[in-house]
Design a protein around this ligand. Structure first.
Ligand SMILES: Cc1cc2nc3c(=O)[nH]c(=O)nc-3n(C[C@H](O)[C@H](O)[C@H](O)COP(=O)(O)OP(=O)(O)OC[C@H]3O[C@@H](n4cnc5c(N)ncnc54)[C@H](O)[C@@H]3O)c2cc1C
Length: 225
């Protein structure tokens, strides 16, 4: 990595030209380093590939194959052209393609961009998110509330959404589909499912106040008594 850094800082124009060439070939130029202790000399590539059909298995296979071809292309380019990578090798590739975003359920409530800045506390709030993927909005509106109805499909009974497929417009989903958000959806959906099963009722008929009480008992922070 010392050789790489020396090359990058002492010959920035050459570095930029190489990276542009790699990108024009369809490769991944950007990498992260120092992510894990004692992994000096390990770099991580996290490339993104556009796709609009995240639930179509043929499309997923196409992207998977494209990703692996581009991984080899990028690796060979770095190894053959970038000083410092001469003796590099691929230590690990992801076992499975990851997707960001995707299809979403249309629920009894659809979270919209308006909800990101309204500071509204819903009567069925099941999660409050002080942080999202947009720093500017987070700073001004650190208490975005999610209603239980966003987990309840409008047309299907006996089903709750415990993940990033919660009922939301694209932009809202983009900012609130990260791991901590999904943990909160999962906790609320699991608790509501247990309550519905115990009482023999449909998930959509779960009493909001009782659900909130249960969540608060579990340590969930909610803006309700
Ligand atoms: C490359 C990448 C990097 C990311 N980095 C971060 C990050 O640093 N921090 C962060 O907070 N978030 C990050 N995210 C976002 C976050 O990981 C996801 O939004 C989140 O994991 C979504 O959770 P989920 O439960 O909705 O879906 P997933 O975690 O995708 O879970 C869905 C599960 O369902 C399984 N499944 C699918 N179909 C079936 C089926 N028919 N039967 C049974 N099981 C099935 C899948 O195998 C999978 O295990 C990243 C996402 C990607 C793609």
């Amino acid at each position: 990595m010392k050789t790489v850094e020396e090359f990058r800082t002492s010959r920035p124009k050459e570095w930029d030209a190489l990276m542009q060439e790699l990108e024009s070939l369809g490769g991944a130029a950007f990498y992260l380093k120092d992510l894990v202790k004692n992994h000096d000399g390990v770099v991580w590539f996290h490339p993104f590939f556009p796709s609009m059909k995240q639930s179509d298995i043929h499309e997923i296979n196409r992207v998977e194959i494209e990703g692996r071809k581009k991984m080899l292309l990028s690796y060979e380019f770095y190894r053959d052209r970038v000083p410092g990578f001469e003796n590099s090798y691929i230590a690990l590739s992801s076992p499975q393609l990851g997707t960001q975003g995707g299809q979403r359920v249309v629920g009894e409530y659809v979270c919209t961009t308006k909800d990101m800045i309204s500071d509204e506390v819903f009567e069925d709030t099941i999660a409050i998110f002080p942080d999202n993927d947009n720093e500017e909005i987070s700073a001004k509106h650190p208490n975005v509330c999610i209603p239980y109805r966003a987990l309840v499909p409008r047309k299907v009974d006996g089903l709750l959404v415990a993940c990033r497929a919660f009922s939301s417009e694209f932009q809202f989903n983009e900012y609130f589909n990260l791991i901590p958000h999904c943990i909160a959806f999962g906790q609320a959906a699991g608790t509501a499912a247990a309550m519905a099963a115990q009482s023999g009722i449909r998930p959509r008929d779960v009493n909001y106040a009782a659900l909130q009480k249960n969540l608060i008992r579990q340590g969930v922070k909610l803006p309700v008594p």
